[in-house]
Design a protein around this ligand. Structure first.
Ligand SMILES: Cc1cc2nc3c(=O)[nH]c(=O)nc-3n(C[C@H](O)[C@H](O)[C@H](O)COP(=O)(O)O)c2cc1C
Ligand code: SF4
Length: 443
């Protein structure tokens, strides 16, 4: 079971209410806790257009990384040319060290089923898919059980609540590489094809699964939808920041005593999020937080007052990414960490775009030269120039995000980077075989 971190009394629980239930796939217990109330209201009170308007008023934005307004995506799909539409819930969770979607799918399967059903009703989709990373066996089983029980009880299936709408949902396990998390690759995988990201437009809302209008939403985005429709747009809009309301799931791990997942209002300071995971490992001091998973920005302690929101994180050169926050103490070499992340991103790039395929490899090589004591005189300049060029030519978003670990080290940990690049030394004493020096704190 996932460790759910305790949050201060009074913090809203949109996504995590009900975590820790004895049997999360128990339909009666879920109904008693309010499951399918939102779907009922969508069908009986709001209708498809009213449901999209309600979502717009709530301010809900996608939690899969892009932060696109959910209502705009649904409206685009609902009004696109075509007779057959689909909703695809993205439960692939590409980042291998993040387990936020996994936790939600395991603990709140009905919240996801309901979110998909409301989206399907709003856009007029009859057949929808919850795509789940195959390694998440428990999540797959619970979602399959939830779908079967909800259909048997008439909450989804044919002619839901006498509305004339058929809402069928399939749970599809998918096995593959990191890039399957990207929506156009995910859709190809669901069609049984190998895929590379497609240039957009056309967006999946116009031409998605089997070339039909398709909504692709993160399971975390969809997990909030039932609550929003049941409790009203205002209730949701009053949580978090006015520009980006609501709550988000974060995972705090690394050099903390109690790693786990927490639900936090958007705009919560990084410092307060890190504090939820308890003290630093005994006798050690916080050196950096890597915010955003494998493509995350590595920030020094002085940026801990940054609010956890897309705009504020962008300002400091990070992004929410997968929702992971990795806490590092002085035993971590940030150059080594950034290099490992960059190598992972380079290896996972699909290869379609040359600046990404070649550029990320060259970037990883600069890091690898630095951590092995073989830096070249031109490497500091090359690192800065190459990162800028890679971002300028981004095709699918991966390359834009993948430069973040090393560029954040360039921005915040220049003395430690220079020790590696110019003096073949590692202040943290991590990089082998190069020596230890006294420099290394953030600039
Ligand atoms: C390399 C890459 C990996 C991605 N991985 C995920 C993922 O694991 N889960 C996810 O929901 N979105 C992921 N996305 C974003 C999706 O392409 C898409 O924008 C998202 O699923 C849309 O849902 P939302 O509007 O609810 O955020 C990824 C994007 C890229 C470029
Ligand atoms: S940017 Fe990279 S990962 Fe994205 S399509 Fe191009 S090569 Fe593939």
């Amino acid at each position: 079971m996932t460790t759910l971190l305790a949050t201060p009394a009074g913090w809203p629980r949109v996504l995590t209410a009900g975590f820790g239930a004895a049997d999360p796939a128990d339909l009666d217990a879920a109904i008693a806790a309010g499951a399918f109330e939102g779907l009922k209201r969508a069908i009986r009170t709001h209708g498809p257009t009213g449901t999209i308007a309600l979502l717009r008023a709530s301010g809900l934005r996608g939690r899969g990384g892009g932060g696109y307004p959910t209502a705009d995506k649904w409206h685009a799909c609902a009004t696109a040319d075509g007779t057959v539409r689909h909703v695809v819930a993205n439960g692939y969770e590409a980042d291998p060290a993040t387990h936020i979607a996994k936790a939600l799918m395991e603990e709140r399967p009905y919240a996801i089923v309901e979110g998909v059903a409301i989206a399907a009703f709003a856009v007029g989709a009859t057949e929808s898919i919850i795509a789940v990373r195959a390694e998440y066996g428990e999540a797959v089983r619970r979602l399959q059980e939830a779908v079967a029980r909800a259909e048997a009880a008439g909450h989804i299936g044919a002619n839901v609540l006498g509305s004339g709408h058929d809402i069928f949902i399939e749970v599809r396990p998918l096995r593959g590489a990191y890039m399957i998390g990207e929506e156009t690759v995910l859709l190809k995988a669901l069609e049984g094809k190998r895929g590379q990201p497609e240039q957009r437009p056309p967006y999946p809302t116009e031409r998605g699964l089997w070339d039909r209008p398709t909504v692709v939403n993160d399971v975390v985005t969809l997990g909030a939808v039932g609550w929003i429709v049941a409790n009203g747009a205002e209730a949701y809009a009053s949580i978090g920041e006015a520009a980006t309301p609501g709550t988000v799931l974060v995972q705090v791990a690394g050099a903390v005593e109690e790693p786990g997942i927490a639900e936090v209002p958007i705009g919560t300071r990084l410092r307060d999020i890190v504090d939820l995971a308890g003290k630093m490992a005994s006798g050690h001091r916080l050196k950096a937080v890597a915010v955003g998973g494998v493509t995350g920005g590595i920030l020094p302690p002085r940026e801990l007052d940054t609010p956890y929101s897309a705009a504020a994180l962008r300002e400091v050169g990070a992004h929410a990414g997968s929702g992971s926050i990795l806490v590092a103490d002085e035993r971590t070499c940030v150059v080594d960490l950034a290099t490992l992340l960059t190598r992972y991103c380079a290896d996972e790039a699909c290869g379609k775009a040359i600046p990404c395929r070649i550029g990320l490899r060259r970037l990883a090589e600069i890091g690898e030269r630095a951590v092995s004591g073989h830096a070249r005189p031109a490497d500091p300049t090359l690192l800065a120039d190459l990162s800028t060029d890679i971002v300028a030519s981004a095709l699918c978003g991966h390359e834009r995000a993948a430069v973040t670990p090393l560029t954040s080290v360039l921005r915040y940990f220049r003395p430690e980077l220079d020790e590696h690049l110019l003096r073949s030394a590692c202040p943290a004493g991590v990089c082998h075989p190069i020596g230890v020096t006294s420099a290394g704190s953030a600039t």
